[in-house]
Design a protein around this ligand. Structure first.
Ligand code: GDP
Length: 170
């Protein structure tokens, strides 16, 4: 049996908690306390192996003395999330990458997520822009909706595969 650890990163309000809870509890909550850091677990099967998937739902780092380095250490794979209806959160992905995560870990496995795909009427970031950013980051791109559940399992399946590879390479 294996433990895999997935870190969920992204600006406030992009849906980090919603995605995590949709996957682990199959629930969608409209209001959720944004200021808690939480670890959730779920058992999955991957390549016929039982895996305990640990998902760390982080909050946006505010201070120099925040637990950010610890979160980076914890994560075998990084789920970088923005909201397709929030340009600011899209721009924040590069900040996360260049000024936060990469400072601590030069190379890391990741996946880029454009969440809130159900709100296409309010879309500020096109699929093309998402794909372009993913190409720059050298990772996969998936659009999800924590509300409808679209691609949520896919997100965690792809992330688990990456984390599993990371584990084997160590
Ligand atoms: P976090 O701060 O990144 O953890 O974001 P939350 O999970 O707290 O979500 C922020 C708000 O966006 C909440 O009101 C959620 O209900 C809402 N939300 C999250 N994901 C989606 C989604 O896929 N679609 C829609 N329509 N709303 C979402």
């Amino acid at each position: 049996d294996y433990d895999l650890r997935i870190g969920i990163f992204g600006a406030g309000g992009v849906g980090k908690s919603s995605i995590t809870i949709k996957f682990t509890h199959n629930m969608f909550i409209e209001e959720y306390d944004p200021n808690v850091e939480d670890e959730y677990t779920k058992e999955i099967e991957l390549n016929d192996k039982k895996i305990l998937l640990k998902v760390l739902d982080t909050t946006y780092p505010q201070e120099i003395y925040d637990p950010f380095p610890r979160w980076v250490e914890y994560s075998q794979v990084f789920v970088l999330i923005y909201s397709i209806i929030d340009k600011y959160s899209f721009d924040e992905i590069l900040n996360y990458h260049n000024y936060s995560i990469k400072k601590i870990r030069k190379d890391y496995p990741k996946i880029l997520i454009g969440n809130k795909s159900d709100l296409t009427m309010k879309r500020e970031i096109s699929i093309k822009q998402g794909k372009e950013l993913a190409r720059n980051l050298n990772c996969k791109y998936i659009e999800t909706s924590a509300k409808t559940g679209e691609n949520i399992n896919q997100l965690f399946y792809e992330s688990s595969l990456l984390a599993f590879e990371e584990l084997k390479n160590k």
